[in-house]
Design a protein. Structure first.
Length: 454
């Protein structure tokens, strides 16, 4: 095999910023192109130029549409990338929504920081603009799941259904007969909306996510937790706020709340979904019905049961409404989005409950709340936390340690090397030890910007 180089430009020794650059004599390929999220030290990495010549990248392949896998694409184009950006149709539809929404937030935050004077810079600039996002979207080309596509005489690739979110895949990249498998984010079995992930059958080199590499998801009953919280919310005349990712988690919550109401487990409490991006993703579920398990009539029943908030004026009407209510708003780790407006106004009220669902990355407000912070900073001001904070991991869209081992158990060969990515230090090391014990495979934890020759 001709030597190829893999550059670990992101998601190395951390969860976010997914970027893997593969140099070969024939083609240079970037797998994913995500933003770093979380603590300031990580977020600041987004502003550093990549340590490669971006103009030499021939193609970008996307595992799925989440921001930490796609959010850097407009910067890549700005830095000189001129090739195609390829993913499944729902992945590209979701990526388009996420990039436009992200650009809008970047523009609004820069404008707000300049207006209110809390930026440390003389002039706060957006990370990228809506116009730059739109220029990036013009490079999108969709490919079918499950089919091989040639990049050159010796290189081909295939997208494989992987659960997690709508359109998500793992990528097989075959170079001179050797198969590199990039897991992306591995979904879970028995998901309420999605089918079970496919499993790789062969991997000479495996690039495996490790978000929950040190944990098994608790056997929590999200339905019982929601029934309890909703009854308490009605009794206290308060608000239940659920920060949620706009993709998948939001739709899952809508589905669960609808089924609880349908089964007379909860009363007809008003449910508000305040996530412009989430509203757009709903239409992606309607367009790509073959990618999920919910029938179109059921989808429409769910949407009719929910109040969709479409404007900032309506956000304030919901906040000012004293009646008990449920508010689901982005973002899932409380890093931005409409949920900040609700929390700023309501988190100092003891009749407010906040339910965090899924993974809360280091340095995010979600992690701070999960760990019992007595105050959080929103829009430059500290707000006392008097609301009750709850956390549930049963809705996580990520495979846990046992599910990751199950996902790899049909690989017929012994991989030459397993690279553990997308994890914090303890998760990476725990999964390394476990894979060693179970399979006796060679496992490496790459460092940020490390270059490995295969």
């Amino acid at each position: 095999m001709t030597a190829i180089k893999v550059h670990f430009l992101g998601a190395a020794e951390t969860v976010t910023g997914s970027k893997f650059y593969i140099e070969t004599p024939q083609q240079n390929i970037l797998i994913d192109c995500g933003m770093f999220q979380g603590i300031k030290k990580l977020r600041s990495l987004n502003w550093n130029p990549l340590p490669i010549d971006v103009s030499q990248i021939d193609i970008v392949l996307l595992t799925h549409g989440h921001l930490d896998h796609t959010g850097y694409l407009p910067i890549l184009v700005k830095q000189g990338f001129t090739g195609d950006i390829i993913g499944t149709s729902p992945t590209l539809a979701i990526t388009e929504i996420i990039l436009k929404d992200s650009a809008k937030i970047h523009e609004e935050e820069a404008e707000k920081a300049n207006k209110e004077g809390y930026s440390i810079h003389e002039e706060a600039l957006p990370f990228y603009t809506i116009k730059q996002a739109e220029q990036t979207i013009q490079r999108f080309k969709n490919k079918k799941e499950g089919e091989w596509y040639d990049l050159s005489t010796d290189i081909r690739y295939r997208f494989n259904y992987n659960g997690h979110i709508l359109g998500a895949t793992f990528i097989e990249l075959e170079i001179n007969g050797k198969v590199l498998v990039f897991s992306g984010d591995v979904g879970r079995k028995n998901d309420k909306l999605l089918r079970n992930p496919k499993k790789p059958q062969w991997a000479d080199y495996l690039f495996l996510e490790s978000t929950y590499g040190n944990k098994c998801h608790p056997e929590e009953n999200i339905e019982e937790k929601l029934i309890y919280l909703i009854k308490e919310t009605i009794q206290n005349g308060g608000t239940l706020i659920i920060p949620s990712f706009a993709v998948e988690r939001l739709q899952t919550l809508m589905y669960i709340l609808w089924t609880l109401y349908k089964r007379n487990k909860i009363p007809n409490i008003p449910i508000y979904v305040d996530s412009p991006m989430g509203n757009s993703v709903i239409s992606v579920f309607e367009r790509f019905a073959e990618w999920h398990k919910i029938s179109l009539p059921e989808l429409r029943n769910i949407f009719e049961h929910i109040n969709i908030v479409t404007s900032y004026r309506e956000t304030w009407e919901v906040i000012d409404n004293p009646a008990p209510k449920i508010v689901i708003a982005g973002s899932g780790m409380v890093t931005g989005g409409r949920v900040l407006t609700y929390l700023k106004q309501l988190i100092d009220n003891p009749n407010t409950s906040v339910l965090l669902v899924g993974y809360q990355a280091e340095g995010t407000r979600g992690r701070q709340l999960q760990e019992g912070a007595h105050e959080i900073k929103i829009f430059g001001k500290y707000i006392a936390v008097k609301a009750r904070i709850f956390h549930d991991e049963s809705l996580s869209a990520h495979a846990d340690q046992s599910e990751l081992l199950d996902w790899t158990n049909e690989i017929k060969n012994i991989p030459e090397q397993v690279f553990l990515i997308h994890g914090e230090a303890t998760a990476l090391d725990s999964l390394r030890v476990k894979i060693n014990d179970v399979y006796n495979w060679r496992v490496k934890i790459p460092r940020p910007n490390e270059v490995v020759s295969l």
